[in-house]
Write a protein that binds this ligand. Structure first.
Ligand SMILES: [Zn+2]
Ligand SMILES: [Zn+2]
Length: 264
């Protein structure tokens, strides 16, 4: 009888041991009865597959699906679209010819913007110069008024607009009421205007068309927020009132690129 009693005591202690383990779980869950039950219910089925995998199935079987799944997810769901240009947030520049502008000048401006900044360039149908920009005393067009006109004409899907003209343009510079210029731009802002008129003067090594291409790069650079740059030969160097300065401008320097947040 003593043996039976001892055996019963041992069995009782053994049967009590597994019954205690859920108790700390309930305390940890800390929720109501439903949470405790959910915790208990989940524990039992989980334990069984693990035991089976360890026991009878070879180790080589479970691993293959895991790496395959992990590799596929990032490839099938790329998170970011590719950048549309080298300048974050700017994809397209529209060119608006005022009157008849020779195709070679239009092509040069478009190529300059495409090749340097990587922009899409959209050439719009030519329109007449707006009367509001005419400056009667000097018989030429006021650049800031051309930009006023252009500012709200940026086409859908474009980010900037640059007016092109063969006629002389001018603006107020310091004490000089009406100063002839190559181009004028918002800094930063949507509009710029470029004239071929002064690109044709005092031509030495660089053709008027090539000068015009550099003026386009320079003025559109201002619309992106670039100020004049002290680096000798940078496209954003101040022409200083001389068209010849443009002839040495052949690159966009690292300081200017950094300012734009340049994307390679
Ligand atoms: Zn400038
Ligand atoms: Zn620069």
């Amino acid at each position: 009888m003593r043996l039976f009693a001892a055996a019963a005591a041992i069995l009782a202690s053994l049967s009590c041991t597994p019954a205690r383990s859920p108790e700390p779980n309930r305390a940890l869950l800390g929720g109501g009865a439903a949470e405790s039950l959910r915790g208990q219910g989940a524990a039992a089925p989980e334990a069984q597959p693990r035991a089976e995998a360890r026991g009878s199935v070879p180790e080589a079987v479970p691993p293959p699906p895991q790496p395959t799944t992990d590799n596929q997810e990032p490839i099938t769901a790329p998170p970011l679209p590719p950048p549309c240009s080298h300048v974050p947030g700017v994809c397209c520049v529209a060119l608006q010819p005022f009157g008849a502008v020779p195709q070679e000048y239009i092509d040069a401006a478009a190529a300059g913007l495409r090749e340097l900044y990587g922009f899409e360039v959209r050439v719009l149908e030519p329109i007449e110069h707006p009367e509001s920009a005419w400056y009667e005393p000097r018989q030429r067009w006021r650049a800031e008024k051309l930009n006023d006109f252009l500012r709200d004409r940026v086409p859908e899907g474009c980010d900037r607009i640059a007016g092109l003209t063969t006629q002389d343009i001018s603006t107020t510079k310091g004490d000089i009421e009406d100063w002839g210029i190559l181009g004028l731009a918002d800094m930063p802002g949507p509009a710029a205007v470029l004239s071929t008129f002064r690109c044709r003067r005092k031509v030495h090594d660089v053709s008027p068309v090539e000068r015009f291409r550099r003026v386009a790069v320079h003025e559109v650079g201002h619309t992106l927020g670039l100020p004049h740059c002290p680096t000798w030969g940078c496209f954003l160097e101040d022409a200083g009132g001389k068209a010849e300065t443009i002839d040495r401008e052949t690159f966009l320097c690292d300081v200017c690129r950094e300012r734009l947040g340049w994307v390679e």
